[in-house]
Design a protein. Structure first.
Length: 119
């Protein structure tokens, strides 16, 4: 993979060419997910953060001044997005769900014993 080729893919993606955007995604997805995982420590959260970061990068591609710096630029976006996701996830986990009364709920065995199942 030559730098020139990388430069061309970025320039073509800036023009909105779907093939170029797909190629950049193919080349950088694993690294983006790994960087996000390094921040979050959670694979699912890392994939969500990497996906959102990649989308933000594609939307802001016109702001990238040096196409040869696409990788480091994307990594910065990924890390910042992953930090935001981790903070939001930590905040949500600290809220405990309210206990729901289950006095009316039948015991798991009762559901099956009350039915007439025949082979």
């Amino acid at each position: 993979m030559s730098q020139n080729n990388e430069h061309d893919w970025v320039e073509r993606a800036k023009q909105g060419e779907p093939v170029a955007i797909a190629e950049l995604y193919r080349r950088y997805w694993r690294a983006a997910r790994a960087a996000a995982y390094g921040v979050t420590g959670d694979l699912s959260l890392a994939e969500d953060a990497a996906s959102e970061a990649f989308s933000a990068a594609m939307s802001g591609l016109a702001d990238l001044r040096d196409p040869d710096r696409f990788g480091p630029w994307l990594r910065t976006i990924v890390v910042r997005t992953a930090r935001r996701f981790k903070t939001a996830s930590s905040t949500q986990k600290s809220i405990e769900p309210q206990a729901l009364p289950d006095a009316e709920a039948p015991a798991p065995g009762e559901i099956w014993s009350n039915r007439n199942w025949r082979p």
